[in-house]
Design a binder for this molecule. Structure first.
Ligand code: AHR
Length: 496
């Protein structure tokens, strides 16, 4: 494993800020994401406020999650907000038809979600129901949340314990309207968007940022129709959903913990597809919105594997390996590098669902490798984006090649430069020489995340198998920075 080298050049010539909202999260009423995740039984022996688990809150505060998307996902388009307010014992019960057909008792509703966001210090991002809800229902939800009037619904909010308006601003107008949200054509959806959005009103202090239900993966036609039919002033974002399926086959996605190098390689090819998706959707958006007023909001992304054996397949519970960390680091690098257009995103889904940050089993909890990547990358939140040029060796399997290293860089308000690098090659250390002509710096420090095997995971028994370590592989050499990137690792450097 000698002789693999590459170069990285970083420029400070940029006017773009990496929005902190790229580091957003998604929590749906699905499996043990909310129930048994954020929101636990009164008897569970953990620290709680109300029924909100505070050890989870503390862990998420540490990585500064900027926003939380709720209540779905597919669930959003069958959710009726009035079922989730008022005394818990009187709330109607419903079937969660998308996720396991379980009975939803609505004990976690609007007030509980906003209490959670308040504890997390993050912004709520609510997805309104277009698929099975009315214009009036959505419009009244916003009035309930944000108005300070004496209208009947506002009095109800006050009676339910929240006198002040919540001032929610991020507002999704439907979810996956091309699929579980109503199986619509883009033409039909854009007409509906305009109708629902017209009655989604701004109240003082709560100017809505409306996010349209955007394309599924590479459905460029959907983007074209949305951008053509919806005036820019009406939407602040267009969503994009893309999941990394290890095998590329939705019927047999592949195991979260038991995979070959070949399957790992294929997974990374599928993960890197995000670069192409973001580039091509952005190019379409540029035609209709050259000033980039409308954000591309990747509000569902992550790896989606087969469920963990023995768990309810409708709950989408999966383990999280070193491979997931490489996926997270790579995807966040892509978002940072496209931060002129990608100004919001949400990992699917925070706790116990898909590519989670945290897994729980009753009172036990474990931070996943993905969590540690979000911890390392938090330095990029609201920092100045620095354009990079990379020249790196390929990582090759069966004659197919991908670039072995990907990276992104930013400069924070105090002048410190942060560089995040991912080495996807599981065999070779790669030495990167970095040209930083216009950055002034004296010292470099860093953190690294790696492990002996790509399939390594943190478990409830061994919670710390994959953990952050101090990185000592970066050296100053004249005005150059030389970094030895360990095989299959994520590294973040700080230059000051
Ligand atoms: O994240 C799981 C599901 O994936 C969401 O409910 C849906 O929007 C998407 O298809």
């Amino acid at each position: 494993s000698y002789g693999q080298t590459g170069t990285l050049n970083i420029s400070t010539d940029s006017k773009t800020t990496i929005s902190k909202h790229i580091y957003g999260q998604f929590a749906e009423h699905l499996g043990h994401g909310i129930y048994g995740g954020f929101w636990v039984d009164k008897t569970l022996p953990v620290k709680k406020q109300d029924r909100i688990r505070l050890d989870i809150v503390d862990a998420l505060k540490k990585i500064k999650i900027p926003n939380l998307r709720w209540p779905g996902g597919c669930f959003a388009d069958e959710y009726h907000w009035r079922d989730g307010i008022g005394p818990a014992t009187e709330r109607p019960r419903m079937v969660n038809t998308n996720w396991g057909g379980i009975t939803e008792d609505n004990s976690f509703g609007t007030h509980e979600f906003l209490e959670l966001c308040d504890l997390l210090g993050c912004e709520p991002y609510i997805a309104g129901n277009v698929g099975s809800g009315t214009v009036d229902e959505m419009s009244k939800w916003i009035e309930y949340l944000n108005s300070n009037s004496t209208s009947t619904v506002v009095q109800l909010r006050k009676k339910n314990g929240h006198p002040a308006p919540y001032k929610v601003t991020f507002w999704g107008v439907g979810n996956e309207s091309w699929g579980c949200g109503g199986n619509m054509t883009p033409e039909y959806y854009t007409d509906l968007f305009k109708r629902y959005a017209s009655f989604a009103k701004d109240y003082p202090g709560g100017r809505l940022k409306k996010i349209a239900s955007g394309p599924n993966s590479d459905d460029y036609h959907w983007t074209e129709v949305c951008m053509k039919n919806i005036p820019n002033w009406m939407m602040s974002g267009l969503s994009l959903h893309y999941y990394t399926i290890p095998t590329g086959n939705w019927g047999k996605k592949g195991s979260a913990t038991d995979f070959s190098e070949k399957e790992y390689f294929g997974t990374m090819v599928n993960c890197l597809k995000m670069e192409e998706l973001v580039t091509k959707h952005s190019a379409i958006m540029d035609k209709y919105d050259p000033e980039k007023k409308v954000a591309l909001v990747v509000d569902e992304w992550g790896v989606w594997t087969d469920p963990e054996p023995g768990t309810n397949p409708g709950f989408l519970y999966q383990q999280n390996s070193l491979r997931d960390a490489l996926i997270a680091g790579t995807t966040l690098n892509i978002f940072n590098n496209h931060s002129d257009r990608v100004r919001m995103a949400a990992l699917a889904q925070t706790i116990n669902v898909l590519q989670a940050l945290i897994l729980t089993d009753k009172e036990k909890m474990v931070l996943t490798p993905t969590y540690h990547v979000f911890d390392m990358y938090k330095v990029h939140q609201d920092a100045k984006y620095l354009p990079i040029k990379l020249s790196v060796p390929d990582y090759e399997v069966d004659g197919k090649k991908i670039e072995a290293v990907n990276a992104s860089a930013s400069q924070d308000a105090s002048g410190k430069v942060h560089i995040s690098l991912v080495n996807l090659d599981p065999h070779n250390t790669i030495t990167i020489t970095t040209g930083l002509s216009d950055v002034k710096w004296q010292t470099v420090s860093g953190q690294v995340l790696t492990s002996a095997n790509l399939t390594d995971v943190n478990t409830f028994k061994d919670t710390n198998k994959i953990h952050l370590s101090t990185f000592s592989g970066a050296k100053k050499d004249g005005d150059k920075l030389v970094v030895s990137l360990p095989a299959k690792s994520v590294v973040t450097l700080e230059l000051k």
